[in-house]
Ligand binder design. Structure first.
Ligand code: NCD
Ligand code: ZN
Length: 345
């Protein structure tokens, strides 16, 4: 008998859908597996206003076939000059679900990010008051901090003081990559949670750097030592409601990745659930897959769980070497490999 697993339809609590031709090419992969997604605002220019987020939401829906049952949950890109009343207005109008803190210069299109969280204290106070989630890219950016230490230093210098200062603020520490982050989130109060990507469950820094430099394994925050990957696998598969699914699928064209200064980001949307499920199976934790993928995120955001279900079947699933995006190619996560589960519907 074929082995199947059926769970409530999952949501992706962190994804980059891009814009224009790239959006038209990639949106379908996320909408195929997920009912909702927290859509990152790091476009050029970034999505900093209610109007820009509404217009972007319409472009996302226009990129999908009519009637696709997918709900983009929009985020507000925070800058040093964000107006707290704009954030409140967008949340109350149902346009903004969350706001995103990019430390200035941390990653792709983060130049207009926040230079010091003190500059957005008023915005964060309003968010705590209205129950709006803050999504955090947790890395410091100063030149003197080694790239492999940037997440751990961020906890100490920024996140820990921020949570102590605003204990009512709901914070998602996104795409965590270290044992330090796992421990921090586990010991923090219930208003602090984290998302974990498939790549950080599969790859350590050796996978990126041993035997040749592999640009398709490069994303930010960068993969760390094996002990960190193992800590992330334990956290994701533990059943703790503090950890949930956020792919950080971040497509860049093949040319932009395979370059002298390759872009950070891994395009994992096409086989995201297959990739996560491989980890839960290997860890002997299939019973915790639904919680991680479909229940903990809605509970944290205060949203209903999805009513419909999806099914994955245990069989070979070949991941193609490339996926077309208009006239360009994208190299998906696990390109050329075989995964042990296939998404059915
Ligand atoms: C993201 C992107 O390309 O937009 N890249 C990445 O490596 N994850 C930005 C981000 O989330 O850091
Ligand atoms: Zn991201």
């Amino acid at each position: 008998m074929t082995k199947m697993i059926t769970i409530r339809r999952p949501d992706d609590w962190h994804v980059h859908l891009r814009d224009g031709a790239m959006l038209d090419s990639v949106a379908r992969y996320t909408a195929r597996q997920f009912a909702r997604a927290i859509v990152m605002p790091n476009l050029t220019p970034p999505v900093t206003s209610v109007e820009a987020a509404s217009a972007y939401r319409e472009r996302i829906m226009a990129a999908l076939p009519d009637g696709t049952p997918f709900t983009p949950l929009m985020t507000c890109y925070l800058t040093d000059n964000t107006d707290k009343e704009e954030v409140r207005r967008g949340f109350e109008a149902g346009v903004f679900t969350a706001a995103k803190l990019y430390p200035a210069g941390a990653t792709t299109n983060s130049d207009s990010g926040v230079t010091d969280v003190a500059n957005i204290r008023g915005v964060l106070e309003v968010m705590a008051e209205i129950g709006m989630v803050l999504c955090v890219h947790g890395e410091v950016t100063s030149d003197d901090i080694d790239i492999f230490d940037r997440e751990a230093v961020f906890i100490e210098q920024v996140l820990s003081p921020l949570i102590a200062d605003l204990p009512a603020l709901k914070v998602v520490f996104e795409h965590i990559t270290t044992q330090d982050a796992v421990r921090f989130v586990e010991s923090a109060p219930a208003n602090v949670a984290a998302t974990i990507t498939p790549q950080h469950l599969h790859l350590n820094r050796n996978a990126m750097l041993v035997g040749g430099m592999r640009p398709h394994a490069y994303c930010l925050p960068v993969a760390k030592r094996e002990l960190h990957r193992l800590a992330l696998r334990r956290a994701a598969t533990s059943g703790s409601p503090k950890f949930f699914l956020g792919t950080d699928s971040a497509p860049h064209t093949r040319d932009a990745k395979e370059s002298a200064c390759g872009c950070a980001g891994i395009f994992n949307a096409p086989f995201a659930l297959e990739s996560y499920l491989a980890v839960f199976e290997a860890e002997g934790a299939l019973e915790h897959f639904e919680g991680f993928a479909s229940l903990h995120g809605p509970a944290f955001y205060g949203l209903p769980v999805n009513e419909d279900t999806i099914t994955l079947e245990k069989r070979d699933c070949d991941v193609p070497e490339t996926i077309p995006a208009g006239r360009e190619d994208l190299v998906p996560f696990h390109a050329g490999q075989m995964l042990g589960w296939a998404f059915v519907a």
